[in-house]
Ligand binder design. Sequence first.
Ligand SMILES: [Zn+2]
Length: 242
Amino acid sequence: MPGPAAIIREIHRLKKHIVDLRNELDRGPIRLKKHHDRVARLEDMAKEAEDALRKLKVAVQEKELALKSTHQLIEKHKRQLNEAASTKEYEALLAEIENEKKTCQQLEDEIIAGLEEVEVRAAKLPELAAEADKLKQQTPKIQEELQTRRNEITELLSQAHKQLEAVEATLPADFRDQYNRLVKLQNENAFAEVHGRTCSACYTEITMQCYNDLLQEQFRLCESCGRMIYLPQSSRASVEES
Ligand SMILES: [Zn+2]
């Protein structure tokens, strides 16, 4: 029959196992949320790209209208040239026509650039939407995976709790109160493995006497941090073999 220190070692193993399982359980919803966030971000990007394209098209249309009305203005001013009452008026009209022609050239350049950009952006739009859609379609699979793992973990947790209860029941009555008090305070942190002769929780060296007691699987606390300590499984095995 294993001594108290060996029982403590097994209890610590089970408690750490339970903590790991609970942590994994907690990570499930976080993973799902991250996935939803990614889908939402891509959908937003697709929508923003669509809006930007729509605005760009409107801006190009406005420039086309401005170009048309500037052309009309040039025609009107050209007609007015014939009716000019003075040289001054005539020259003023000529200067205006010159300016309007520059405006037309500028608008034409901007329209061409705008149309090119509309083409480039319109080509990218389906890619973005398809990417968002593809990611969204993965949602049920991810949900199913998480649910399956969740069921597995729940089962494993139930088993681990039963094992823990069974192992705790084998602790000698003499240590039960102390054990309960320490576990109530610190739960899985109430235990520490000894590496070499050092407590792995507080890095304090234990005495030779304490070490020998642990080799005999006696119930011992770290004199420095007060945790229930034990040697790794292999230490005891090597003593038994020798
Ligand atoms: Zn310690």
